[in-house]
Design a protein around this ligand. Structure first.
Ligand SMILES: [Ca+2]
Ligand SMILES: [Ca+2]
Length: 644
């Protein structure tokens, strides 16, 4: 059985993208000696040292050298616990020429070779820009976005087959589907895409989300190929859209090829019996936390199908540092989103971030640190003044406290008096009052919902008016806005009882034969039912899309939003007024979340409002003058730009 599995791995490895065996240089009888060499290739002129993971039956019996040119050599070989692995430190000197090199394996006077590409690094690669507060990020779950290639919905070499009748099944969306709709994403005003993982996830069920990788160097064949991923990045760049890759260092999938034969016993965390994480990432900074609780938090498994990586193993840490750099360099990435960030061992993960930024000084990385607790969230942003001296080197964090406040502020429940002082939207005021604690507000990722939380459309009770308020706040608050695909048209869960699978609805128009196509203006105008199949006002999708698009197209060149300061006033009567401003411009936002029309209380805002001129309503384009009669309708937001 083991032999059979091994042969399958060899066949799969030979079929996937990356360096191939060179038939001329390799004796047939020994081809099967190497099944994995990772990273798949490398480049000249990199700062990051190269350490190859080499996997093959009894490969540790061989001496390993490199030939094929000057300036590339093996400097040290490290054996692992398993005889089927070696780790080879490779020096790529400053004068090394790009080209095909050969890794030479020698034993008892016999040798065989494995072709390995050292490519020329693209000009300006290290200096690449990344995503910033000037961007708007569009979050896509590829399996649910668009099926651009129905021929890959199921493949022979992956376990789970397509089944659109199951909410939690694979639905067939893919990379081609995203490429096909880049114009739609650009039309919305998004300038970056964060797609949930494209890497191979060969879990038997639930593989559509991609968070249980079975091969870190291979795009899932149901999504496409490594080369198609690269094409996706290039085509997005042509449309002015940056690409952020979702990367998971905390856990792999139990179907990962190395789980059958781990290089080291401590490659993943193992317990006498299954031990799940306790999820208490406060143990990382809590001065009163026990070692036991911290250990169970960072070493316990995220789920039974997700083995927990040991980043304290130095080979593992190097593996992941190179992995990140390989995907950036190979495909031309603009940023990373790191899953379950605080579930990693914190110091190795800080070293991981530092290694990426060392190679690419402008590179932005946002970590999923999912907590509504502000001090615990702030702890994870690089440069934060932590009492224990810890610096995560993680540039961006996700603003879950703001997410929670906007949602409770706009939800029907909070509107019935749970908002505390001044009304429910005051929760947003109270959360922003804590901004003193964060190291860099411009790098906070702000969002009204994502693929893991209830659809904002459901949270606001399917109120298009409240949905617009959420979008306007995203377009005007500090930080980097992120919108989950479909929220621009108020997608709602197909079945709220089903949790994640229900809210991750297919995008109408993304599948051949779909009755309506919301990717087109015509399709949106004809829309009469929502994603739950409920009748709604005809054209609601068009109205919401146009509103969101207008705001984010406008935001693109508004430095006052990207880098301006915030001035806000105590929220009263379920209204909230705030300004974004710099030396030359001001943007005023008035959220009227109440059921009554309200006149803007300009005199309250005198310290900034006096002297503002050339007011223009950002949505309607109408002039706005500061008078006592600036009325804002119930459940409406006013956005006005001024000159100072
Ligand atoms: Ca497909
Ligand atoms: Ca962990």
């Amino acid at each position: 059985m083991k032999r059979l599995v091994y042969c399958i791995i060899v066949l799969v490895a030979a079929a996937c993208a990356g360096p191939k065996f060179d038939p001329a240089a390799t004796a047939d009888a020994t081809q099967a000696q190497v099944s994995h060499v990772e990273p798949l290739s490398w480049w000249t002129g990199m700062k990051t040292p190269l350490q190859l993971l080499i996997n093959g039956e009894n490969i540790s019996d061989y001496d390993v050298t490199i030939e094929g040119g000057k300036g590339v050599k093996v400097t040290q070989i490290h054996k692992a616990d398993s005889p089927n692995y070696v780790f080879a430190d490779v020096e790529v000197s400053a004068n090394a020429a790009p080209g095909t090199y050969y890794i030479v394996f020698t034993k008892d006077g016999q040798s065989f070779k494995y072709a390995y590409q050292i490519e020329e690094r693209a000009a300006g690669s290290a200096e690449r820009e990344s995503f910033t507060a000037a961007d708007m990020i569009y979050l896509i779950m590829p399996d649910r976005f668009a099926n651009g290639d129905p021929s890959n919905d199921s493949t022979d070499d992956t376990a789970e087959k397509a089944d659109r009748t199951r909410l939690g099944g694979r639905h067939g969306g893919d990379i081609q589907g995203v490429i096909d709709h880049l114009d739609y994403i650009a039309e919305l005003g998004a300038t970056a895409i964060w797609a949930t993982p494209f890497l191979e996830d060969n879990a038997r069920r639930g593989s559509y989300h991609g968070y249980a990788a079975s091969d870190y160097y291979k795009i899932d064949p149901r999504f496409g190929t490594n080369d198609l991923y690269k094409e996706y990045v290039q085509k997005a760049h042509e449309k002015g859209i940056k690409i952020i890759m979702d990367i998971v260092t905390n856990h792999c999938g139990s179907e990962h090829w190395w789980m059958k034969d781990l290089p080291f016993e401590d490659w993943v965390h193992q317990f006498p019996s299954y031990t799940g994480t306790n999820g208490k990432f406060s143990t990382h900074m809590d001065p009163n936390a026990s070692k036991r609780d911290l250990n169970h938090h960072e070493s316990g498994w995220f789920s039974r199908g997700m083995p927990d990586m040991n980043l304290n193993n130095p080979y593992m840490l190097k593996y992941f540092q190179q992995l990140g750099i390989w995907w950036i360099e190979f495909s031309g990435l603009d940023g990373f989103r790191v899953d379950t960030y605080p579930y990693n061992e914190k110091q190795p993960m800080a070293d991981w971030c530092a290694a990426i930024v060392n190679e690419y000084p402008n590179f932005n990385i946002v970590g999923e640190c999912w907590t509504g607790n502000i001090p615990q969230l702030a702890y994870w942003q690089g440069g934060n003044a932590n009492n224990d001296g810890f610096d995560s080197h993680l540039p961006s964090i996700m603003d879950f406290p703001l997410h929670d406040a906007i949602r409770s502020g706009l939800s029907g429940q909070a509107g019935r008096g749970q908002g505390g002082r001044g009304g429910s939207i005051s929760r947003v005021y109270d959360i922003l009052a804590n901004d003193f604690i964060y190291h860099d507000l411009s790098k906070m990722l702000i969002f009204p919902g994502n693929h893991d939380t209830d659809r904002i459309g459901d949270v606001v009770g399917k109120s298009a008016a409240k949905q617009k308020i959420a979008m306007a706040m995203m377009a005007t608050m500090r930080g980097i806005p992120q919108i989950f695909a479909g929220d621009e048209m108020m997608f709602v869960s197909k079945d709220p009882r089903s949790g994640h699978p229900g809210l991750r609805v297919d995008f109408p128009g993304g599948w051949p034969g779909d009755e309506c196509d919301w990717f087109t203006a015509e399709g949106r105008k004809e829309m009469t039912v929502n994603t739950a199949g409920e009748e709604v006002e005809k054209g609601q999708a068009a109205d919401l899309f146009d509103y969101t698009s207008r705001l984010f197209q406008w935001r693109k060149d508004k430095e006052v939003i990207h880098s301006g300061k915030t001035l806000h006033f105590i929220s009263r009567g379920n209204n909230y007024g705030y300004f974004r401003y710099n030396d030359t411009d001001a943007v005023f936002v008035f959220v009227n979340a109440s059921q009554e029309p309200v006149n803007v209380p300009w005199s309250t805002y005198a310290e900034i409002a006096e002297g503002l001129k050339d007011g223009k309503d950002v949505i309607t384009g109408e002039p706005v003058t500061i008078t006592d009669e600036t009325a804002v309708a119930p459940e409406t937001v006013l956005v006005v730009e001024f000159k100072r």
